[in-house]
Write a protein of this length. Structure first.
Length: 92
């Protein structure tokens, strides 16, 4: 039974962090310099924050579901392996 583990390089982690910061800065700049009233800018800012929040939440949820399936599969594999070992064991 092998356990798959994904380890990201530090370059990839830094790239994703920088990408997020750049995207957030561009969104904030776009909202700040938009030709609209304060109320409209506030609604766009709230929508942007909610979009980031829900993106993080759905990513975590999907990852948790995948990890849960892996855990259940490992339990089932262990049960199957134990059953096969019990069957192959000669009776005394």
């Amino acid at each position: 039974m092998s356990q798959m583990s994904i380890k990201h390089s530090s370059n990839w982690v830094n790239f994703t962090i920088v990408s997020f910061v750049v995207a957030a800065a561009m969104m904030a700049g776009g909202i700040f310099f938009m030709d609209a009233g304060f109320a409209a800018k506030g609604f766009y800012a709230m929508a942007a924050i909610m979009l980031v929040h829900t993106s993080i939440t759905i990513t975590k949820t999907l990852r948790d579901n995948d990890e849960n399936k892996r855990f259940i599969n490992r339990i089932e594999d262990a049960k199957t392996e134990k059953l096969l070992m019990d069957i192959n064991r000669p009776e005394a």
